[in-house]
Design a protein around this ligand. Sequence first.
Ligand SMILES: Cc1cc2nc3c(=O)[nH]c(=O)nc-3n(C[C@H](O)[C@H](O)[C@H](O)COP(=O)(O)OP(=O)(O)OC[C@H]3O[C@@H](n4cnc5c(N)ncnc54)[C@H](O)[C@@H]3O)c2cc1C
Length: 418
Amino acid sequence: MRHSVFSLVANALTGNARWPRQWRAATPKPAYDAIVVGGGGHGLTTAYYLAKEHGLTNIAVVEKGWIGGGNVGRNTTIIRSNYMLPENSRFYELGMKLWEEMSQELNYNVMFSQRGVINLAHTSAQMDAFARRGNAMRLEGIDAELMTREEVAARLPGLDVSDRARFPIVGGMIQPRAGTARHDAVAWGYARAADKLGVDILENCGVTGFIRDGDRIVGVETTRGAIRAPKVGVAVAGHTSELMRLAGLDRLPIESHVLQAFVSEPLKPLIDTVVTFGAGHLYISQSDKGGLVFGGDIDGYNSYAQRGNMPVIRHVAAEAVSMFPNLARLRLLRHWGGVMDMSMDGSPIIDVGPVPGLYLNAGWCYGGFKATPASGFCFAHTIARDEPHALNAAFRLDRFAAGRTLDEKGIGPSPQLH
Ligand SMILES: Cc1cc2nc3c(=O)[nH]c(=O)nc-3n(C[C@H](O)[C@H](O)[C@H](O)COP(=O)(O)OP(=O)(O)OC[C@H]3O[C@@H](n4cnc5c(N)ncnc54)[C@H](O)[C@@H]3O)c2cc1C
């Protein structure tokens, strides 16, 4: 059923009881032309673009849980392309353009809201760094504006811009086209669109091993039986190391860490943009339901636990209150965690291999949600053509061995700092 004002009204008048399933509950076939492991944002967009751009419709997405249960449904939904290195900014700007047309393209309202992302500066050196990054962005045709302290204050009325603040604010940078979207709608929208193109979405179907023919991977063992395919793409975010171990790779330049987020009780409109604290690591936005959504640093140790803990809440809450003192008595509503695939240089990996028949999509760190459409677009190209697209040519795995890392922040191989 196409979504339109007419289908909305018709379903509202009939008690919303007649909406069809958004995608089929497919049964695994013994073989496909390609399999994508991982039904998160990246796996679903990859399948969608494999079908749409490359005509591969005999394909399956193999997901161990349910669609939207991974990081795609756990993130703080910040979408931006304010990167400095050209390899990153070009890739994320493709993503931004795809976000701008996503709801129309999928016929699914992903609630993409271009409310801007403001990075706060607390020192003049930080303002200089923002000017450098903003100029680099503008050279790539990406929007970026520096803001004075007064402009920041006018945009964020609750923010403490006084000299009494723990870390006084001197200004900021905004990317006006950046913003947020509804994360689970993105997963559902791509699942529905891929299904419509013939893709089988296999939920509750965990990959437990790989089928080999000599060196080559020719399929996967799953909890729902063996499935063969000449091409197997892996897009499992925080579980990449585990999956690749099953493929015989013990060491990857990736660590798994938990990233937490929490949301407050609903408030009247208070923050109409996304704002990041420049003196620590905190990002806040306000959801359409009114809750303030907070995120901070990853946990400092490796873990696969999809849950949060008190030290991070305290840390993030302290930073929030130093920015917005009026939040001190806010009550928190929910709190959760997701397992992140942190790469050693902070940039992703989208590549052919490292084993014949296998294709790898990983290393998304804090920022894989915004990459969702560009990642799927480029990974589909890489799988279909057996070579990277120009926009992911710099994201190959061998860059770590060759010393061509893409260290956006210039802080070396410390995943917890990227
Ligand atoms: C708290 C938090 C806040 C974040 N905030 C932002 C943000 O503001 N902006 C941003 O851009 N990014 C953000 N991110 C990062 C972003 O969510 C991730 O980088 C991105 O979602 C990862 O890609 P994905 O959607 O494909 O991952 P996932 O949704 O995790 O998909 C991977 C899937 O693989 C499946 N899987 C794992 N193992 C197997 C197996 N053996 N067999 C089959 N399936 C398997 C999992 O069940 C999962 O569904 C945040 C993440 C978290 C946790």
